[in-house]
Design a binder for this molecule. Structure first.
Ligand code: NAP
Length: 252
């Protein structure tokens, strides 16, 4: 794809200080978009992402906001509008999990995971869509997981949240289509990030994961970026409400 195909576009990437979000922020900036780098707690990591983008001639600003605190969403929207004047792309990437068996799950864990992974996505998207609608253009990209489809042992709340994200994607795509806004979902398989690195370094665990992946390898964060660029660009204007799996064939 062209190097500058997202020139003059403005993108918000939630959870962009590390992992997949970081790769997406740098990848979209590499295609010319100005980036709002959202993070929760790790300001130095977020600033490092901003500095990488600036060093390559791009534009970026870091904004702290906790996705589960709806009052903080306005900071992200305001920063995008103040620094860059519009919002074209929202990548809802931030997510958390607490792994425990179903019998040990707590209501507090449910509220926290759903608060970040689903409620936060729903209401940040609402705030952003209010900016996009008058522009009559916009791309919402939700980062889900293969576990929106495939159940995962001891990770039920996370999997349920990601399954909900697929229906959130379809529902908002239906309502926002006539406003020129496309809403799509990308579901990665096993990707090496801070969230998964320790477990994947255990040979027995890694072998069990690789046995489920026809490509026989785990993915790197940068391997999710191509799908995001496609769904952020005009080439995908007739694609909405869909989920694209980036998983080395894991769901096969
Ligand atoms: P990660 O390495 O754990 O990074 C999480 C990011 O989310 C960080 O930037 C973190 O910010 C931010 N974050 C956490 N809680 C937040 C909150 N309450 N508000 C705002 N930001 C918050 O995660 P990852 O592995 O890259 O995963 C990224 C996305 O891909 C998630 O949606 C995840 O479900 C999905 N995914 C990952 C995999 C995988 O194998 N890694 C597979 C399938 C799907 P701080 O740095 O400030 O803490």
């Amino acid at each position: 794809m062209k190097t500058n195909q997202l020139k003059d576009r403005v993108a918000i990437v939630t959870g962009a200080s590390r992992g997949i979000g970081r790769a997406i922020a740098i990848g979209l900036a590499g295609k010319g978009a100005a980036i709002v780098v959202n993070y929760a707690t790790k300001s130095a990591a977020a600033e490092e992402v901003v500095n990488q983008i600036l060093a390559r001639g791009g534009q970026a600003v870091a904004v702290q906001a906790d996705m589960k605190d709806l009052a903080q969403h306005e900071r992200i929207v305001a920063a995008a509008c103040k620094h860059f004047g519009r919002i074209d792309i929202l990548v809802n990437n931030a997510a958390i999990t607490h792994r425990h068996p179903f019998q040990e799950a707590t209501a507090a864990a449910w509220d926290e995971i759903m608060g970040v992974n689903l409620k936060g996505v729903y209401f940040l998207t609402q705030a952003v869509a209010r900016v996009m609608a008058p522009q009559h253009t916009g791309k919402i990209i939700n980062i889900s997981s293969v576990h929106d489809t495939r159940a995962m042992m001891n990770n039920s709340i996370y999997s349920i949240s990601k399954s909900g994200l697929v229906m959130l994607t379809k529902s908002l795509a239906l309502e926002l289509a006539e406003k020129g806004i496309q809403v799509n979902c990308i579901s990665p398989g096993a990707i090496v990030t801070d969230e998964t690195r320790d477990r994947l370094s255990d040979p027995a665990y890694r072998d069990r994961v690789l046995a489920k992946i026809p490509s026989r390898r785990v993915g790197e964060p940068e391997e999710v970026v191509g799908a995001v660029v496609l769904l952020a660009s005009p080439e995908s204007d007739y694609i909405t409400g869909t989920t694209l799996y980036v998983d080395g064939g894991m769901l096969l």
